[in-house]
Design a protein around this ligand. Structure first.
Ligand code: SF4
Ligand code: SF4
Length: 72
């Protein structure tokens, strides 16, 4: 089964530099004009962690969806 991830951007930390948009190999993020980065294609995330590692504001979190909403 394909792994899936939740991609979270802490908007108040994002400085809209666009690095995440540039580095994400699967085009998960968009950067709207005058806005903050938004993960619009979360389902495409392959968990490479490039965005997490390269965001200068440490605003991005990528978590394994399995860990996030495990069965009770
Ligand atoms: S890399 Fe970080 S600071 Fe830059 S646009 Fe993406 S989330 Fe915002
Ligand atoms: S972890 Fe990789 S695939 Fe997922 S959003 Fe970040 S750069 Fe894109």
């Amino acid at each position: 089964m394909k792994k899936s991830y939740n991609v979270l951007v802490k908007e108040s930390w994002c400085k809209a530099c666009g690095i995440c948009v540039e580095v994400c190999p699967t085009k998960v993020f968009i950067l709207p004009d005058g806005g903050k980065a938004r993960p619009v294609e979360e389902d495409n995330c392959v968990g490479c962690m490039q965005c997490v590692n390269l965001c200068p504001e440490l605003a991005i979190q990528v978590v394994d969806r399995k860990e996030d909403n495990g069965d009770e």
